[in-house]
Every structure is written in C-alpha cells, then in structure tokens.
Design a protein. Sequence first.
Length: 254
Amino acid sequence: MTKFLFMSDIHLNHCSKPEQRNFFERLSKFKGKDVIIAGDISDGVDSLAQLDSIKKCFANARVNYVLGNHDFWKMPSMEECRKMHADSMNMKGPRFLPENIWLMGMDGFYDCPFDRDNPYDSHDTHFIKDISNKKFEETKEAIRKQAKHYVDLFKCHLDALPEDSSPLLLVTHVPPFKVPSNCRDRPDSVSGMYVCQSLGKLLNTLDRKIVVLCGHTHESCDIIMGYVRQISFAAEYGYPEARILHINELFDFE
C-alpha cells in the first residue's frame, strides 16, 4: 500500500457536471494501488452511480470505501443500502497490508442527535427512513441502535484478528472522539451528532496502535488519545478534494 489516495465528504451531488468531470480527471492522475473513501460520496442512490464513475478513474487501484449518513438518504432502509454496497469495506471485513498493518472499515453512526431542551432538526431524521417519522425518544433510540450496530460489527471484526499487537488503520465516517474542532461551533446539546462515543470508549481499551481516518464534521482534526490517532480533513460542499497519504507517516506518533 505505502501511499494511498484519501477522500471524505465529497458530496458529488453538490457539484456541477463540469466540476465533477474536473474532479474525476484529477483522480485519474493518481498512480497508486489503493483509494480510501470515508463516506458521504453523494446522497442516496446517486452514491452508487458516483462510485462507478470514481472506480473508472483507476485502472489498477483498489477503491476501498465506507458509507456516510448522506449515502443512506432516501434509501428503502439502511440494511438494504448496505446490501447494495456489497463491495464496501463495511461488508468485506479486515485486510492485512504488506506493511504489517490491518486495514478495516465500517460505515459508523453517531450516538445521539439532540437534547429535548435544545432540539436540533437533523436532516437525517427526515431523509433516513430507519430514523424518520418517530417521536423524540424513539428517534434517539433508533439512532443509538444504528451506532450500536456498527460498534458490535467492529467488535466482531476485532475478534477475528490474530491475538497480536499489529497496528490497525480504521476507516469510518463518524469520529470516535469529541474535540472542539468537530462540534462546528454548536452547543453541547447537538454535539452528539458529530461523534460516536461508544466507539471511542472501545478503542481506548485496545492495546494496539490505531489510526482512525474519518469525516462527517467537514473540519480538519489530528488528535492523539493514548494509542489512538484520529484524523479528518476539511471539506466544503461543491469543492471535492482528495489527498495522497503515506501509511507509515500516519503511524509515526507516540
């Protein structure tokens, strides 16, 4: 792997056709072997079409991806959407890299969207069928159920790994740790939309070096919490970006 192309929150449905073509032309110049996408490719079913366009940009590179909350919008259900993306990292399970590092991906979801005393109207509660048209407490429970689904899946993947201390590169959409830069200047009552705290708690119990590549917040973040490093990059609707990252540099932290 050595180096790979990373992108998240590209939201290609917000781009004009000329900007999409320009973005695909830029992608096609990458000569590495792996591409990683941390979700929010587009909205709903358009994510499938956009993924096909992205894959056509690379003759010899493997496209590894997870889904973000926008990729589930207006789909029949989250489970049906996951089945449509049968080649996602979420469905494939861990992969051992030549650098003696495990690569693992899961879509992920946040833990809790808002507080009754300070409600925040998330678009997800309108456009994701599994959590829409419900009363307040039912919505919170439905969202926590989705977060738990992914944390339980991560546990299953971990259990399948050999009992060694090989480092882990985890790709997921929602950050596992809450830091000021990923709350987007909103009050604490809505900051739960930008973090999966249950995943963060689990990561902190693991005795191996872990790098988490994530998105969702549209803001840059590079923090170290014990053995775990969380990295995300700034993103802006209508201006998709991709970056070349070097895997050994990601794990160069103490």
